[in-house]
Design a protein around this ligand. Structure first.
Ligand code: RB5
Length: 146
């Protein structure tokens, strides 16, 4: 898969670990920054990854900030984005299966690297289940048109 990744300064170290992990799994990773631990603003990187996902330049996105919250909020402002913040693998799987989340987000100050890898695995290995969930996701996306 082609995966867009984005982070702020609080998650720079974790981004490097997750990016390496994804590449080891054979994915192509497009890194939208930030690229150091210098203070950075999460809305910028959430928006960049959100736009790439919405434009289908990448298949899905991974966003990491201190909590995962701010950066996912930014991504969710982009039309077409369904970014979910999670802190464990069950929610990561279910948000793909039920919500067809196209971005998974988590917090570098909330989860450790091994848990983050398990979250990414659960998300990437899950499939949207469609059916009644498709109807609900359509309803969700309709909100953007009102
Ligand atoms: C940065 O200090 C912090 O606010 C940010 O990483 C994130 O947690 C925001 O939601």
């Amino acid at each position: 898969m082609k995966i867009g990744i984005g982070n702020d300064h609080a998650a720079y170290e974790m981004k490097l670990e997750i990016k390496k992990y994804l590449e080891e799994l054979g994915h192509e990773v497009v890194d939208f920054g930030c690229h150091s631990t210098d203070r950075a603003n999460y809305p910028e990187f959430g928006e960049k990854v959100g736009r790439a996902v919405a434009a289908k330049e990448v298949d899905c996105g991974v966003l990491i900030c201190g909590t995962g919250i701010g950066i996912s909020m930014a991504a969710n402002k982009v039309k077409g984005v369904r970014a979910a913040v999670v802190s464990e693998p069950v929610s990561a799987r279910l948000t793909k299966e039920h919500n067809d989340a196209n971005i998974i987000a988590f917090g570098a100050r909330i989860v450790g690297v091994e848990l983050a890898k398990a979250i990414v695995d659960a998300y990437l290995n899950a499939e949207f289940q469609g059916g009644r969930h498709a109807e609900r996701v359509e309803m969700l996306m309709d909100i953007e048109n009102r």
